[in-house]
Write a protein that binds this ligand. Sequence first.
Ligand code: FUB
Length: 343
Amino acid sequence: EVPTTNASADATGPDGRKYLSQPLTTEIFTADPSAHVWGDGKLYVYGSHDIDGPAKEDDLGSHFEMRDYRVLSMDEPGGKTTVHPVALDVKDVPWASQQMWAPDAAFKNGTYYLYFPAKDKEGAFRIGVATSKSPVGPFKANPEPIKGSFSMDPTLFMDQGGESYLIFGGIWGGQLQRNVTGKYDPNGSKTDLEKPNEPALSPKIAKMNGDLMEFAEAPRDVKIVDEAGKPLLGGDTQRRFFEGSWLHKYNGKYYLSYSTGDTHNIVYATSDNVYGPYTYRGVVLKPVNGWTSHHSIVEWKGKWWLFYHDVQLSGDTRLRNVKMTELKYNPDGSIQTIDPFVK
Ligand code: FUB
């Protein structure tokens, strides 16, 4: 665990720009925030617990060597953030070997569920489930990953009728491009399909069984199209899916938001159907300080909030810190673009 003590309320980012908001905690490094409000009205953040490690920075994210999860909680927006003890450690996950990346959580019938990606003993990302009677853990992992799961960045979306869906995947280090045949190919492309004029790789969606433990169906592609209904292409790096899916509903519409990775935006697309196709709508969050951008969107105490991360505390891509800021919609349902720096 790496304590951090150098946070400063008026710290400036690159080019002397002032940050829009401040880290939620300086006790540990945190990233990939999945924010949830359960029955007690508090806000819980399920994210990555970043640590320093020996791996060199590369395009596959080898430098993200996280080994456990810590849950954050807040009673009020702007209030104190509590950092809870270790919720799940890689050593307690029988099938996992390394890289506990971006998780998400769910709650059903008195049980909290943690969905997490990690590399198995062969180096392939799989998605695991762990459960607890407490929102902050400790969580107990199932002995095997979800059958048929692959890649990373899972998010569990529970619709109003109670049906639940796991949306997941990411390219480059997230390995979607190494899973196109239905079997993990360790020698596959390091980046994407390498076909810039063909439809980009999509996030995957699968309905979950009622016990939220296994897929109820084979994962399908979540198609993302432009205003003309044409699929976004692999070469459209400003808009195409890279990683970090989040799904929420607003005024009856489904909003899929995600990171464009190497172009560093968080963007969104909307649909009337949970499975899509989703139509690209615009940018939620402009590039932050740091290579990765990863977010979640949640309604809490009558306002909508964007949770995201940057590297304000460390200046190092592998040691991130989570933040929150208010998110606003226009009357037509479009999201007002957020700049992580103040003009
Ligand atoms: O934290 C490791 C990886 O970096 C996440 O899984 C991605 O979304 C990116 O934030």
